[in-house]
Every structure is written in structure tokens, then in C-alpha cells.
Design a protein around this ligand. Structure first.
Ligand SMILES: NC(=O)c1ccc[n+]([C@@H]2O[C@H](COP(=O)([O-])OP(=O)(O)OC[C@H]3O[C@@H](n4cnc5c(N)ncnc54)[C@H](O)[C@@H]3O)[C@@H](O)[C@H]2O)c1
Length: 264
């Protein structure tokens, strides 16, 4: 029997490329999946992914909408066993960002993940297999030119994961995060006009595996963390980054020979 059979997962922000990689991995592992995203048009397209994936239009910044999401999921599916906090905003004008931008970025990326987890907590407790996976990023631990809001929100999520893991353990809920490197996603699709080869080439120097991740590669790690094979894993941030973080400031090709190279 598939590992997550009989379990229900809620995935916030699950309509886009990375989201679809996550929801299909959870579905293929046996879970029924409810995608909670504000994007109704994207939600309508989820039908192409086949059975076992349901859309519930939800604005995660709205606490009443979150309560409704939990109530309706319980009625339609009978349990809530897994929560994936994946929704995000890239609102970020770096040093130029005003107060409303900061509040928006932190509201979507951080505070709403907390509120969603708080709403789900009683159901995850009742499940006895409760698991939360928060989406952070390589951006949580490096400086990126012109970006202040998104990295700060993701760094806070790494710490939040530890805090949540400690206090939710008494309810039998494990809490972990994944920090992807560059992943083939809508933003890269748009910027390259759908050119994944070009995207891989740009990412190659700073990912050991010399390419961007594929959404299903992120999904597989999320499905592992959500299931019982990860029963002794909590409070941890999982790098799913093709070796980005292992490189530090190094590059995926040798640089020392450049010292001996002829000057032009
Ligand atoms: N793209 C990358 O290379 C990359 C790298 C590292 C981490 N990540 C993380 O992976 C996750 C997915 O990234 P992506 O690039 O696919 O993002 P995306 O912007 O394409 O998708 C985010 C989703 O969140 C939804 N959303 C936004 N605000 C919402 C709200 N208020 N209520 C409900 N849903 C809302 C959007 O509709 C969208 O479907 C994010 O958490 C991101 O930080 C992405």
C-alpha cells in the first residue's frame, strides 16, 4: 500500500510549477491532496494532474478563510494529516521597500504560515501522523543583491520551524522545512520564455549538480518528510538545492587554476 494512503494533505500555494511537483508527489504516495491557493484560474487547471487533487480557493492571509478550509477539508476528507506551507510572495524592492511592502511580504510568507499551522494543529493532532513542511529557500542564509524582504521572511521561517517543532511535538506533530535551490518555476519560465536549458546553464556555476531542480525533485523530499519513514525527523531544514549551500562562495568549476592563467 502507498505510504500516505488514507491521509489528507493541504498544500498552500500549490497551483504553480513547484506546487504541482509537490501535490503530485503527495498524491502518488497515496494522499488525498487539497490545494489551498488564492489563484482560481490556476486552480481550475489542476484537473490536468489527474485524480486525488482538489482545489479550495483560499486567501491564507484571511483567518476566517483558513478556518473554513480546515472545516471543509475535514467534512470532505475525514482527516487532515499533512500541511505544506508553500504559498509565497516575491514582493521585494530591497532597501527601497516601504512599510506596506514589508508587512505584505511577512504577512504572506511568515505570519500566514503560522496561522495556517495554528488552524490545522487540532486536526494534525487527531491524525496521530501529523506533519508540517514549511517552504524556506537558499535565500534564507545568503545576501542577495536588491532583496531584503523575501530572504528575511524565509530566514524567519527556518527559525519558526524549530520553534514549532518544539511546541507541536506534544501533539505528535513533526515540523520540518525544505530549502530549495533554484527550481524550474513560473518566474524562470517567464524570464527565459520557457527555456529550461538556458535556465540550467545560468544556474550551473553555483549548483554542484550544474542545473536547476525540477519541481518533482522537491516534491519527493516533501513527501518523504510528510510520511512515517521520517518519523525521527523534526525541527530540521532540508537543503534540496543541488549542492548550492555546500559550495558557499565557491563555484561549481575550478577557480584556483585561474590564478596561474595567462593575463590577457
Ligand atoms: N522558484 C524557486 O526557484 C524557489 C527557490 C527556493 C524556494 N522557493 C519556494 O518555493 C515555493 C514556491 O515558489 P514558486 O516560485 O513556485 O512561487 P510562485 O509565486 O510561482 O507561487 C506561489 C503561489 O502562492 C500563491 N499565493 C500567493 N499569495 C497567496 C495567498 N495570500 N493565499 C493563497 N495563496 C497565495 C500564488 O497564487 C502562487 O500559486 C515558495 O515558498 C518559494 O519561496 C522557490
Amino acid at each position: 500500500m502507498p505510504e500516505l494512503s488514507g491521509r489528507t494533505a493541504i498544500v498552500t500555494g500549490g497551483v504553480t510549477k513547484i506546487g504541482q511537483g509537490v501535490v503530485t508527489a503527495l498524491r502518488d504516495a497515496g494522499a488525498a491532496v487539497v490545494v489551498a491557493d488564492i489563484d482560481a484560474e490556476g486552480g481550475a487547471r489542476l484537473g490536468t494532474l489527474g485524480s486525488g487533487i482538489h482545489f479550495a480557493q483560499t486567501d491564507i492571509t484571511d483567518d476566517e478563510a483558513l478556518s473554513r478550509l480546515m472545516d471543509e477539508t475535514l467534512v470532505s476528507h475525514g482527516s487532515i494529516d499533512i500541511l505544506v506551507n508553500l504559498a509565497c510572495t516575491y514582493t521585494d524592492d530591497g532597501a527601497g521597500s516601504g512599510r506596506s511592502d514589508w508587512l505584505e511580504a511577512l504577512n504572506v510568507n511568515l505570519v500566514s504560515a503560522v496561522m495556517t499551522a495554528k488552524s490545522a494543529r487540532p486536526y494534525l493532532k487527531a491524525s496521530r501522523h501529523g506533519a508540517i513542511v514549511n517552504f524556506t529557500s537558499i535565500s534564507s542564509s545568503v545576501a542577495q543583491t536588491g532583496r531584503w524582504l523575501y530572504p528575511a521572511s524565509k530566514a524567519a521561517l527556518v527559525q519558526l520551524t524549530r520553534s514549532m517543532a518544539v511546541d507541536f511535538a506534544e501533539d505528535g506533530i513533526r515540523v520540518n522545512s525544505v530549502s530549495p535551490g533554484w527550481v524550474w518555476s513560473n518566474i524562470m519560465d517567464t524570464l527565459t520564455n520557457g527555456n529550461i536549458g538556458k535556465t540550467d546553464a545560468v544556474a550551473a556555476p553555483f549548483h554542484i549538480l550544474k542545473r536547476v531542480g525540477r519541481p518533482e525533485e522537491i516534491g519527493d523530499v516533501v513527501a518523504f518528510l510528510a510520511g512515517d519513514r521520517a518519523s525521527f525527523v523534526t525541527g530540521a531544514d532540508w537543503a534540496v538545492d543541488g549542492g548550492y549551500s555546500a559550495l558557499g562562495p565557491e563555484r561549481a568549476e575550478e577557480t584556483i587554476p585561474l590564478l596561474a592563467a595567462e593575463e590577457r
